[in-house]
Write a protein that binds this ligand. Structure first.
Ligand code: ADP
Length: 489
């Protein structure tokens, strides 16, 4: 049965392609686009960061919202709401203009007012609804940066009839980032007399935890894969929030992220050197050759090439890579190409690796969407040995590009990659269970052995390319949840 069109306000700190550090940006954009195309009225709010490439965007102040004042603690903050339209889609995106907070080098900062930047985003989302007289059925919040909205709705904005039927959802993209700030920030949250709703034991310990507050007050909590939704109920993955999540288990749902196949499709991808399809993989061979040449690897088409595109942080399993890959490069004939930036330790390691194995290891330190596409298209295998991975997107991109994922069996990796069974030539990738060097070593050796078995490899590549992780499916699951929630009293 078609659902009634919903009114949705989506507040997010990231939104692709305007402001991106990771998967959150891809997901908030793709979900909004899906909802928009499905006929729902979606109003997206993100900060107008300096980083946004405004070339080609028509950005206009919204009438009645060009200049707004708000007091947060001792500070009077001036902001405005601008509006632009996402090229090719017609999706309106509202931009929170506050140069004092967002005209900075990076999307996230270590600055002492980091909490204020996102407290403002959270208030601005609701104030924008008020000024547009937009009564959302759902306010969709994403990660700690917008996690105070559910509490705001139940306290400081509860007087407003506009929000009488509004329900809030919080999507946890990564429970490792909780937004924890010292208790002295209490007076700056704009909670006006509702401070007692915060977690009192935390306050006694001198802490305010934004994500925890969101989990306490959101009407529904979602996370980005069914396996991760189960994992975070336990101590190993819950990062201290597992107890609270267990209390809310009936309101917790896992929906795997979808892929935007308009952007990630080897048949139409404009960024890669040659297009290809499951029926004709000659373009993939060309992509591999160009990738090897451009990244400074020896152009050896027969040599298996492993790709990595990642934030270089502990979560992603690089301590295992450090333990396993140098020795394996000495033992077996393969090449590895890495794109990423992050912790110095890992950047140093990959720089070292390229010097230790010139022609067989390459590293581009930085962020490059184009090179990310090249690696997805040109590599034979894609490595994600994550300690935890709420959803992960790259393994799903890899499948579409015929690049076989080698992943740890956790979170969304477990939900999107099927173990290869050589006897039946089924499966799409290689999964290892235990987070240790033996596990990764086993998985990489297995990948290299399978690669040498040409008929098996071709079958596995085809299996992967047939997978469908489009938003048509995943978006419909959000709509179902949102619709059911909007009907609760
Ligand atoms: P996470 O959100 O934890 O970073 P995901 O796999 O969910 O991990 O999403 C990562 C997204 O960010 C993918 O779209 C990936 O291609 C992109 N990405 C990560 N690092 C880089 C980089 N250095 N250059 C370009 N894209 C990157």
């Amino acid at each position: 049965m078609p659902t009634k069109p919903l009114k949705i306000c989506l507040a997010s700190p990231e939104f692709a392609p305007l402001a991106k550090t990771g998967g959150l940006a891809d997901v908030s954009a793709a979900l909004s686009l899906y909802l928009h195309r499905a006929g729902h009225d979606v109003r997206v709010l993100i900060p107008r960061y300096r980083r946004i490439n405004e070339q080609g965007l028509d950005i206009q102040p919204v009438k009645g919202m060009a200049s707004i004042r708000m007091r947060l603690g001792d500070r009077e903050i001036h902001f405005g709401i601008d509006r632009t339209t996402l090229p090719d889609s017609g999706l309106p995106v509202y931009l929170l203009r506050c140069p004092e907070f967002f005209d900075r080098d990076n999307i996230y900062t270590q600055d002492p007012d980091e909490h204020l930047r996102f407290v403002l985003l959270s208030h601005a989302a609701l104030q924008m609804c008020q000024r547009m007289a937009f009564a959302p059925d759902i306010v969709s919040c994403h990660d700690w940066q917008t996690s105070l909205i559910p509490l705001f709705l139940k306290s400081v904005y509860a007087w407003d009839e506009l929000f009488r039927k509004t329900r809030s959802t919080l999507t946890i993209h990564n429970i490792g980032y909780q937004g924890m700030f010292p208790a002295w920030t209490l007076g700056e949250l704009g909670l006006a007399g509702a401070e007692h709703h915060l977690h009192q034991d935390d306050l006694k310990d001198g802490v305010i935890n934004f994500l925890k507050t969101g989990i306490m007050y959101a009407d529904l909590v979602t996370t980005v894969s069914p396996t991760y939704a189960r994992e975070i109920l336990g101590e190993d993955y819950g990062m201290g929030l597992n107890g609270l999540l267990r209390e809310r288990a009936n309101s917790l749902f896992g929906i795997l992220n979808g892929v935007d196949y308009d952007e990630w499709n080897p048949a139409t991808d404009k960024l890669i050197p040659a297009n290809f399809t499951p029926a004709d993989l000659s373009g993939k061979a060309r992509c591999k050759e160009r990738l090897m040449v451009e990244t400074g690897l020896e152009p050896r088409p027969d040599r298996p090439l492993i790709g990595i595109v990642s934030r270089l942080v502990g979560q992603k399993g690089f301590d295992l890579v450090e333990n396993v890959v140098p020795a394996l490069l000495a033992e077996r004939d393969f090449a590895i190409t890495v794109l990423g930036s992050g912790e110095r330790l890992f950047e140093d390691f990959f720089n070292w690796l390229t010097h230790r194995y010139p022609g067989r290891a390459s590293f581009y330190q930085g962020f490059s969407n184009e090179l990310a596409h090249w690696i997805e298209a040109g590599a034979d295998m894609f490595l994600m040995p994550s300690l935890y991975e709420p959803s992960g997107l790259n393994q799903m991109y890899s499948l579409k590009y015929g690049t076989v994922p080698v992943v740890r069996e956790t979170g969304g990796l477990a939900d999107s990659v099927d173990q290869i069974i050589p006897a039946s030539a089924t499966g799409t990738g290689i999964l290892f269970r235990d987070y240790n060097a033996e596990g990764l070593n086993w998985a990489l050796n297995r990948g290299l052995d399978f690669y040498a078995n040409e008929p098996l490899w071709q079958a596995v590549v085809q299996n992967g390319m047939q997978q469908d992780f489009s938003w048509d499916r995943q978006g419909a699951l959000y709509v179902q949840l949102f619709s059911e929630l909007s009907q609760t009293s």
